[in-house]
Structure formats: structure tokens, C-alpha cells
Ligand binder design. Structure first.
Ligand SMILES: [Zn+2]
Length: 207
């Protein structure tokens, strides 16, 4: 778990949101919309009455607008994960701002509304990244608990590992993509179930 470094780097990124607004735990999903993983996740979130934030790729949003609309209709928050899954850190300002504007337009055109939150691909940011994002109208939101779901381990052990690290106020990073589509629904179900047993409250993310 890469979480150990987070307290070390947060002081260098004062405008970035790393934790939830209170003691709630927030679930966040990167890389969607995905035709298999996203509906599976949405089904579980609906059953469990949990609202999450989905950081969508603009390029994926235009391919699956019906899923984008469903995410929005079911009350979740839609953020931007940029246009394509390429890192934006250490890139020139004009390029980053342009890519983020294109992504926001794609998400909006797909029915997701204008995003106000941004999470950089691979979670990689340099000190300028949040400034560039702000110029494109976006607040950067990171996470404090990386699930490493994309490593594809058994659902029970991934959920157990996530829960061992999650405290009130944490933001958990999950994925709805090709690498997680076989188990994304089961994993979020297991995380919510175990988290509630441990007394955690899953809140709706806000900017
Ligand atoms: Zn990603």
C-alpha cells in the first residue's frame, strides 16, 4: 500500500483534497465508464444506498454515454480523470489545461454534467498540476487509501487489506476498468459490508 507517503506529500499540495469533509469515508472509482465494471458497481451501490465519485475518462464517456447518464441519474458525483489515460504531470500548462477542457466537454456532452473535480491519471501530480486543473475549472481530489484492486487478488483479501487501512475521513481509490471488471461489484460489496461492521459511514463525496 502506497499510503505511507501521503502524509509526507500533502503539505506540498495545499489546494488538493486528500480526505473527506468530515468523518465519512468516500468511495472513488477511476477509469470508467466501463461497460461491465461500472454497471456492476452501480448495482451494488444502489442496493447498499451508497453514493460515490466516479472520475471518468473523456474518451470513455463519449463511448458509453448511457452509463454516464446512469451514474448521474443514480445520484453519484462525476469527476474528470482527463481525456485519455496518460499522465498530466510535468506537462506544459497549455497542454494540461487543453486536455482537461476537452475531457470536461466530452463528459458534459455525454450527459454527465460539467465536472468540478479532477483526479490525475495514475494519481500522478506535480505541484503545478492542481494549478493547471484550477485553470480548467477543476478542483483536484486525491485519495488516502489505494485499494490496489487492479492487482486482481481475491476479493476477500483485497477488502480485508483496504479495511485494515481505512479510518474515518479516508477516501478510497477503486477502479472500474478492464482489469477489475470481473470482480468490481463483489469488491465494493465486500468493502461496504466490512466497513459498516467496523462502524464506518460511507458518505456522498462533495467538492
Ligand atoms: Zn486511472
Amino acid at each position: 500500500m502506497a499510503d505511507w507517503y501521503i502524509p509526507l506529500v500533502t503539505p506540498f499540495f495545499p489546494s488538493v483534497r486528500w480526505r473527506s469533509a468530515g468523518s465519512d469515508v468516500w468511495l472513488s472509482f477511476d477509469d470508467g465508464p466501463h461497460p461491465v465494471a461500472t454497471p456492476a458497481v452501480l448495482e451494488v451501490l444502489k442496493q447498499e444506498r451508497v453514493h460515490a465519485v466516479f472520475f471518468l475518462l473523456g474518451s470513455q464517456a463519449v463511448r458509453h454515454p448511457e452509463i454516464v447518464r446512469r451514474i448521474r441519474d443514480e445520484g453519484h458525483v462525476i469527476g474528470s480523470h482527463s481525456d485519455e489515460h496518460r499522465a498530466v504531470w510535468f506537462r506544459p500548462r497549455a497542454e494540461v489545461v487543453n486536455r482537461l477542457r476537452v475531457a470536461s466537454e466530452s463528459i458534459e456532452r455525454s450527459g454527465g454534467g460539467r465536472p468540478s473535480l479532477f483526479r490525475p491519471p495514475y494519481g500522478r501530480l506535480d505541484p503545478s498540476t492542481p494549478v493547471h486543473a484550477r485553470a480548467a475549472g477543476l478542483t483536484t481530489m486525491m485519495f488516502t487509501v489505494n485499494s490496489w484492486d487492479f492487482a486482481g487478488g481475491p476479493v476477500a483479501s483485497t477488502a480485508e487489506r483496504v479495511m485494515q487501512r481505512t479510518k474515518p475521513g479516508d477516501i478510497i481509490l477503486l477502479h472500474d476498468n478492464d482489469r477489475t471488471s470481473a470482480f468490481a461489484g463483489d469488491l465494493v460489496c465486500e468493502i461496504v459490508r466490512r466497513g459498516r461492521q467496523a462502524g464506518l459511514i460511507f458518505g456522498r463525496p462533495i467538492a
